[in-house]
Design a binder for this molecule. Structure first.
Ligand code: DQA
Length: 145
């Protein structure tokens, strides 16, 4: 089985973008951390990033037949996208929402998440380690803990 690790806008710049907030590690490091959690539990990870909302929605639709669970950092779409929430509501497997930064310590517009209405759980402020913990939780929810 496969876990999708989906990343929204500007996260292609992870490691270069506002490193005081998001750190120096890259999405390649995220992928390695997630694979290290999932692999020994018999699961594969597929990590993707897009700056295009429709592409993200298409990937959530694809997950309906291609992924047993989803770890998602929706980035700015967290706070804006009813369309992404609707796509996730059409997905049946477990979903964990991840934010690298502690969104609750930041601007008020980051305090609300549409995706949280769907997610089994939310991790914020633990840096990229949050992705590893989220992947591990998906494994547990799939009975592969
Ligand atoms: C983020 C937090 C969002 O508010 C922001 O728009 C991002 C990244 C995070 O990982 O901390 O792009 O999702």
């Amino acid at each position: 089985d496969t876990i999708f690790i989906l990343n929204g806008p500007n996260l292609n710049l992870l490691g270069q973008r506002e490193p005081q907030i998001y750190g120096h590690e890259t999405l390649a490091d995220v992928e390695a951390l997630c694979a290290a959690e999932a692999g020994p539990r018999g699961l594969k990870v597929v990590l993707r990033q897009t700056n295009h909302e429709g592409e993200m929605i298409d990937w959530v639709h694809e997950a309906r037949h291609a992924a047993a669970g989803i770890v998602i950092n929706p980035a700015a779409w967290t706070h804006t996208s009813v369309a992404l929430l609707d796509a996730l509501n059409a997905y049946e497997g477990p979903v964990i929402e991840v934010h690298i930064s502690n969104v609750h310590k930041r601007e008020a517009f980051r305090h609300h998440s549409y995706v949280s209405l769907r997610a089994e759980g939310v991790i914020a402020g633990l840096g990229i380690e949050g992705y590893a913990l989220a992947t591990r939780r998906i494994c547990t929810l799939l009975g592969r803990g």
